[in-house]
Design a protein around this ligand. Structure first.
Ligand code: GDP
Length: 344
């Protein structure tokens, strides 16, 4: 491990580190952008520098509250994040907003690409907004967002919000890099619980019924319904739902548009953080996330190397055909290919 942490920085990157961690506003902002660009580069020489820089940034990171926000398009995520961000900045916090958009690699667009979505927040000196990385598979996009999060933390942003849309695996990725995962819902979603995927619901530490101003009764109904289904999920998952040191997923209602419910939201987040910190679960969650992330990257890297391996590449088409045509058992074919995959 020492060898990893002691990789020397080239002079330009030492300066970047200095500016990110201790610079004044404008140079720091430029240094953050440059650092993130370096971390995102796929050039081999950049990757070496990026790894050294990342390790040097690590001791400065980790001192933020990492908040995941998910919900279907149109539920009000950017309206909410803007209202919350402004509320937090008024209290003296510094807020970074990052995004993981699973569609961006296909469309080239991104959920935060259009900065006018958070017009007031984006002009704040104490806010840093970065759109979703737009290339690569979800694992790669998530990796770059994770690394950007560390840079923002090293730059002193004490609340990091990671936004994603409520479709696909990106919610699991965001849950896997944040301290608290919040799901935004529409008031009428409570009537049709099938609209709320059980798997995602189980990830949620906090569910927020947004647009409560549109139909308060529907919002109250949705809140009751979701509260009871969360209890049921909780009881299936853990026998310790009566354990007072364990957080019980909570449901709130709010209007992001009218900025009502934001204070209660933040109080709830703080209660969560205090409870999880005191019980040691916050640190445990981060440690587990780091370990899971290392394995995710190892598996992804191995798959890539496997596909690139000359002997595997040579045999892959024929072997795949044999499996598809029923001439070879899938498990036997897999074993043979794995035997060809000798690390050099
Ligand atoms: P996102 O796609 O989840 O980021 O959703 P947006 O924040 O872009 O909001 C989608 C639309 O819903 C916009 O027209 C917002 O003005 C509106 N909206 C967001 N929050 C609320 C709310 O609390 N009440 C009402 N009535 N409209 C809202």
């Amino acid at each position: 491990m020492n060898a990893m942490t002691e990789t020397p920085l080239v002079a330009a990157d030492a300066l970047l580190l200095e500016q990110v961690t201790a610079g004044t506003a404008a140079p720091r902002r430029r240094a953050i952008a440059k650092t993130i660009t370096l971390l995102e580069s796929t050039r081999a020489d950049h990757r070496l520098r990026a790894d050294a820089l990342l390790n040097a940034l690590l001791p400065h990171s980790g001192r933020s509250l990492r908040l995941g926000i998910s919900g279907v398009p149109g539920v009000g995520k950017s309206t909410f994040i803007e209202a919350l961000g402004l509320h937090l900045i008024a209290q003296g916090h510094r807020v970074a907003v990052l995004a993981i958009d699973p569609s961006s690699s296909v469309s080239g667009g991104s959920i935060l690409g259009d900065k006018t979505r958070m017009e007031q927040l984006s002009v704040q000196e104490a806010a840093y907004i970065r759109p979703s990385p737009s290339s690569g598979n979800l694992g790669g996009v998530a990796e770059r967002t994770r690394e950007a999060m560390l840079v923002c933390e090293a730059a002193g942003y004490d609340v990091v919000i990671v936004e994603t849309v409520g479709v696909g695996q990106s919610e699991t990725a965001v849950h896997g890099m944040t301290d608290m995962f919040c799901l935004l819902q529409l008031p009428n979603a409570g009537d049709e619980l099938q609209a709320i995927k059980k798997g995602v619901m189980e990830l949620a530490d906090l569910v927020v019924i947004n647009k409560a101003d549109l139909d308060e009764h529907a919002a109250i109904r949705a809140r009751a319904q979701i509260t009871s289904s969360l209890r049921i999920y909780g009881q299936h998952g853990h026998a310790d739902h009566l354990d007072e040191t364990r957080w019980q997923p909570t449901v709130l209602q709010m209007s992001a548009l009218k900025s009502t419910g934001i204070t209660e939201f933040w109080q709830t987040v703080q209660r969560y953080r205090d409870l999880q910190t005191a019980s040691g679960r916050l640190a445990a969650r981060r440690h587990a996330q780091d370990e899971a992330w290392m394995w995710e990257r190892i598996e992804s890297g191995l798959r890539e190397r496997f596909r690139q391996h000359p002997a595997v590449r040579q045999a892959l088409t024929d072997t795949t055909d044999a499996v598809r045509q029923g001439r070879a058992a899938a498990s036997v074919a897999a074993r043979r290919l794995l035997d060809l995959f000798k690390l050099t």
